[in-house]
Design a protein. Structure first.
Ligand SMILES: *Cc1c(COP(=O)(O)O)cnc(C)c1O
Length: 396
């Protein structure tokens, strides 16, 4: 058989490789502690599961759902945006439910990218932005996110001709993998930039509800004129620990929402209706699970930052997201450090280079491990550092 070039050139998804390595170790009977994947370890709240079970019993929900979802779900999303962000959305024109945000993120490129087209993509960034572009034969133009610029892209440094030629601009705050946040001032600037260069903006915002120290992230849709230039992807995955149920949404620009819905209506058959009803229960139900979960993550964040800094690994406490962005010690790059950790102490972290060239020099640690595993993993790291083969020993 002869496969398409797009498959030949497609790298395996970052976490597939990591999962394979972990499985190999575990098969050998080793206890692996993984800080690698951002997948909440806390279960979905009971009232959401109860609604799901009840809805699963109802034959009405056993049949094909509509691609654009239940009108009640679109309304629940619109109401949630109004309550949370003060943003008023038209439930039928400015909202589309997704099979997880990743569904929309990967498929929006079908709506914008013809072969040779440019998408502006943050580096480091969630791999799906560039992969979606590449699958369509497009060219990602990478926007470096650096500590000096608080991990925000420097829009003014994009060459004029690139900005003019580009069709899509990807942004993501609270950010994965850096844990950085953006304020409304930045989003306003993005809208201005998009207007000037006729760009469609895709803001990926699944972490707006995962925040610490009383900080409340903003939505891109709060920016003046945002709905004229772009959409926001959101998800119930991280907000309600629903990664396994696969449900998210895109909101904003009606033309973009319509195009995405048209593509999806030809490719998938919607979200299982029982899951849509569970999502309504999540969005309309009690929200106290959110601060409860954030308190758990915040405690873990503080614990990990303290332990890392104590063993000489530099990182700052993230104000939001599930991640810490940690500098690798001298004498290592992100891959050699992650590999050494896995081989020496069976601790898994994600090498920054996996998120793009500018991720080099960093590893990402996720806070989605129960406290006991977290302490155990970091203690192993500390022991290794102090051993003969440890990283301090190498650089001195
Ligand atoms: C987790 C994550 C997503 C995917 O969310 P789903 O709704 O589970 O598909 C999208 N973007 C970023 C940056 C993420 O970290």
């Amino acid at each position: 058989m002869r496969m398409a070039k797009r498959i030949e050139n497609l790298p395996p998804y970052l976490f597939v490789e990591i999962s394979k390595k972990i499985a190999e170790k575990r098969a050998r009977g080793e206890e692996v502690i993984s800080f690698a994947i951002g997948d909440p370890d806390i279960p979905t709240p009971a009232h959401i599961i109860d609604r799901l079970c009840q809805a699963a019993q109802d034959p009405v929900n056993h049949r094909y759902p509509e691609t654009d979802g239940l009108p009640e779900l679109r309304q629940a999303v619109a109401d949630w945006y109004q309550q949370r962000f003060g943003v008023v959305l038209h439930p039928d024109k400015e909202v589309v439910p997704l099979i997880g945000a990743k569904d929309g993120i990967s498929h929006i490129s079908l709506c914008f990218i013809d072969p040779g087209d440019i998408a502006l993509v943050p580096d480091p960034g969630y791999p799906v932005y560039s992969v979606g572009t590449l699958l369509m034969g497009g060219k990602p133009y990478y926007l470096p996110l650096t500590e000096d610029n608080n991990y925000l892209p420097d829009l003014d440094s994009i060459p004029e001709d690139i900005a003019r030629e580009a069709k899509l601009l990807w942004i993501n705050y609270p950010n994965n993998p850096t844990g950085a946040v953006a304020d409304l001032g930045f989003f306003n600037k993005v809208v201005e930039f998009a207007r000037e260069y006729d760009l469609a903006v895709c803001h990926d915002g699944p972490y707006t509800e995962v925040a610490f120290d009383g900080y409340q992230p903003v939505s891109f849709m709060q920016a003046e004129g945002a709905r004229e230039v772009g959409i926001e992807f959101h998800s119930l995955s991280k907000t309600y620990n629903m990664t396994g149920w696969r449900i998210g949404m895109a909101v904003g620009n009606a033309k973009m929402i319509d195009a995405l819905t048209r593509v999806k209506s030809n490719l998938d058959s919607g979200i299982p209706q029982a899951i849509q009803l569970a999502a309504i229960a999540a969005l309309r139900g009690p929200q106290d699970c959110i601060p409860e979960h954030n308190a758990i993550y915040q405690r873990r964040r503080d614990l990990v930052v303290e332990m890392l800094n104590k063993i000489g690994l530099e990182t700052k406490p993230s104000r939001a997201s599930l991640y810490l962005w940690v500098k690798v010690p001298e004498g290592y790059n992100s891959v050699t450090f992650a590999t050494a950790l896995l081989e020496q102490v069976s601790v898994v972290v994600t090498p920054g280079i996996g998120y793009g060239k500018s991720g080099e020099g960093y590893v990402r640690l996720s806070l989605t491990i129960p406290d006991a595993g977290l302490v155990k993993g970091l203690s192993r790291l500390a022991e290794w550092r102090d051993s003969k083969s440890g990283f301090r020993a190498k650089s001195t």
